[in-house]
Structure formats: C-alpha cells, structure tokens
Design a protein around this ligand. Sequence first.
Ligand code: AR6
Length: 176
Amino acid sequence: MTTPFSIECIQGDIARQDGFDAVVNAANAELQIGGGVAGAIHRTAGPGLAEECRPLAPIHPGQAVITSAHQLPNRYVIHCLGPIYGIDEPADTLLADCYRHAIEVAERHEITTLAFPSLSTGAFGYPMAEAARIALSTVMKARDNARHLQHVRFVLFDKRSAELHQKTLTTLENHG
Ligand code: AR6
C-alpha cells in the first residue's frame, strides 16, 4: 500500500529539525563543510559527519547520498548536490533529480519524515520562485510511489521564502 505523504512549508533552520528521521543537506561535491545549509548541518553534526562523508565524495549534480546524522537531532542526513545556476545544465532537470533521488534514498531506508532546504537557491544562485516550483512539483509527483514516507517538510530560512513556497504548494495542489 502506498502512503500519500503530506507536505508542509515552514520558516526555520534545517539543522534544528528535531523529531525528523532525516534532513537533506545542500552539499558541495566534496561533501565537506561549506556555507549556508552545509555549514549549519556540519557545525551541528560535528566532525564525524565530514569523516563519514569523505569516502563517498565526489558526487555529481543531481546525486543524493546518505550518512548518519551524528550530533544532529535526526537519524540520517541525505546529501544532495544541486546544480550551479547558469553552469550545470539542464538546471531544471538536475534540480528535480536531487529531490527525486533524495526521496528514493529515503524510501530505501524506510524513512518516514524528511526535511528539505531549498536546494541551489543560495550560493548556487537558482532563482527562488522557479526552484520552489520544481522542488514542490517533483516531491508531489513522488507521492504516488512512496511506501514509507508520511511527511515531507520544506524548511526555508526566511519568511519571504517560506511564504513563496506555501503559495506555490497551494497553487500546485489546486491546479496541478
Ligand atoms: N536552514 C535552512 N535554510 C538555509 C539555512 C539553514 N540553516 N542556511 C541557508 N539556508 P545554500 P546551495 C537557505 O547556499 O545554493 C554551500 O556553501 C539559503 O537562504 O546553503 O545549494 C555548499 O558548500 C538558500 O535559500 O545551498 C555548496 O558549495 C538555501 O538554503 C553550496 O553552498 C540554499 O543555500 C551549495 O549552494
């Protein structure tokens, strides 16, 4: 039986998602500490995360790999490398691949609750509105095949991005 998991959009910090099985990292190819999401996740997780990541790197745009979450309040971290806007092409497909692959990895690990940041919209420069549409529509499509996932949360750093995601989700749910 499949579970049509719920989706919500909130303002918050991806490194503080207590109670979620897994959080997604907006990683760099080397899977090491960076700025933004990768900074927050690695700082909170502690050095063991970078250590566990080392043999899994490098990853390519659109790929997702999983590790344990170390000192984060979760069981797993799923690391995705988003496309650098204007460089990695086709950007829309590669961005959708990240969300699709993250959900596939989550399903393989029987993860029930998963939190995403807005991949590629910081240092990698992807315009937020377009990225939100791709992210949400890709995750909505994955609902049909999900067996374990029950809830997916989008965690946006600022109020404006959270409102944009919520509005995009409502539009997609009403009009497809
Ligand atoms: N929680 C939730 N969202 C956040 C947080 C946080 N703690 N911090 C930033 N954001 P980015 P990218 C938002 O740059 O564009 C890194 O240095 C941020 O406002 O983290 O995929 C890596 O090492 C933005 O909307 O990821 C890579 O080299 C979004 O999260 C590169 O940057 C993503 O911003 C990845 O770039």
